[in-house]
Write a protein that binds this ligand. Structure first.
Ligand SMILES: Nc1ncnc2c1ncn2[C@@H]1O[C@H](COP(=O)(O)OP(=O)(O)O)[C@@H](O)[C@H]1O
Ligand SMILES: [Mg+2]
Length: 357
């Protein structure tokens, strides 16, 4: 499958990207795969190898990094593409409900079970079941999942009959399953069963080359959706987008751009003030609009030391209008050290390039 790193192709893809599966035809362009990150390309390379097998796939990555989208791509490239694709968010339901959701229940299995319920495994028969947020699943449900994976059979809650299914399972989690396993919260046997093919989706801040590409893709996509003429991002807006740490990853970017396209005046460039109610403060607050809360308490967007450093440097630079000497003073470090760290974090600003010799 071709990888989209070209906006014109992305524009074509955008029309059908969010079309419900029942209305889709062909399987090439359903999911917008806007990226020029080598790591994402590697993932797509792997996908084309594993998609046509029945291997269980585990997708790990932060929330909003594109795991669900990748699961969809696998399904669309698999031999089961025309068969049911059923998704379940394992974090959304309490244990008992999740079990009846997954395996179904017989009439009278518990109070409130007035009718027989067909579970997701049965619904997905012949196709693919996507178990999202599997790291949040209760250990007793984990044991049941393991059994289905091993035997391709199960019983409905409150039922006796063994039901056989042919289901390919794709799972995703934003947790480190290895850590969860070591802490005793995730079953080792299930972990090893799921860990046959693992795809690690890097967070957006680790593939900054994708930020403006995606931002432009969403800008065009939402402008088309809203039938609105929208100018490009101003240089300052680009700098803010590029340097932000994106704790909510692509979902955060998407929501931000959707809102910007909504509020910007027609035919105008997108300026920092259009990015969020509070403009730059949104970025200074790590992507959360905390202008009022911030006065009361300082909330750290992350505890990752390198990220915090980058964050502090970006804020200091913004406050000092990108004059490095002033930012260094704010940070209590020498301009030399700041310069080194700026290079290390690949922070950039247009005014520096203009002044460069
Ligand atoms: N490479 C990409 N190109 C375009 N849109 C993307 C890409 N990856 C993710 N998205 C979009 O970003 C949003 C979040 O992705 P999603 O797969 O739901 O993340 P996750 O499951 O990891 O939380 C979705 O709207 C999705 O369509
Ligand atoms: Mg998700």
């Amino acid at each position: 499958m071709e990888y989209i790193n070209d906006l014109q192709v992305a524009e074509k893809a955008m029309d059908i990207a969010d079309t419900p599966q029942s209305e889709r035809f062909g399987f090439e362009l359903y999911y917008p795969k806007v990226s020029r990150s080598p790591e994402i390309q590697k993932i797509y390379g792997l996908i084309s190898k594993v998609a046509r097998s029945n291997a269980t796939v585990l997708i790990q990555g932060e929330t909003g990094s594109g795991k669900e989208l990748i699961a969809g791509v696998i399904q669309s490239q698999s031999l089961r593409a025309k068969n049911p694709y059923v998704t379940v968010n394992c974090a959304a339901l309490p244990e008992q409900l999740l079990e009846s959701e997954l395996f179904g229940h017989e009439k009278g299995a518990f109070t409130g079970a007035y009718t027989t319920h067909i579970g997701k495994f049965e619904q997905a028969d012949g196709g693919t079941l996507f178990l999202d947020e599997i790291g949040d699943m209760h250990p007793s449900t984990q044991a049941k999942i393991l059994r289905v994976l091993q035997n391709q059979s199960f019983t409905r809650v409150g039922g006796q009959k063994t039901i056989n299914v042919d289901v390919r399972v794709i799972t995703a989690t934003n947790k480190d399953l290895w850590e969860e396993m070591e802490a005793g919260r995730f079953r080792a046997d299930l972990f090893y069963r799921l860990n046959v093919v693992t795809l690690h989706v890097p967070p957006l801040r680790e593939r900054r080359e994708d930020i403006l590409l995606l931002a432009d893709y969403f800008r065009k996509r939402f402008a088309a959706e809203m039938k609105k003429n929208v100018g490009p991002f101003s240089e300052e807006t680009k700098q803010l987008l590029y340097n932000h740490s994106w704790p909510g990853n692509i979902r955060e970017l998407r929501n931000l751009i959707e809102r910007a396209v909504l509020v910007v005046n027609s035919n105008q460039d997108i300026m920092p003030k259009d990015l969020a109610m509070t403009g730059k403060d949104y970025f200074a607050a790590g992507g959360r609009d905390r202008r009022t809360e911030e006065r009361k308490s300082v909330t750290l967007p992350t505890l990752d030391l390198m990220e915090l450093e980058r964050h502090a440097i970006t804020i200091a630079l913004m406050r000092s209008k990108w004059v490095q000497k002033d930012a260094a003073q704010l940070l209590g470090i020498s301009p030399r050290v700041l310069n080194y760290k700026i290079a290390q974090h690949k922070i950039s600003h247009d005014s520096w390039r203009r002044n460069a010799v």
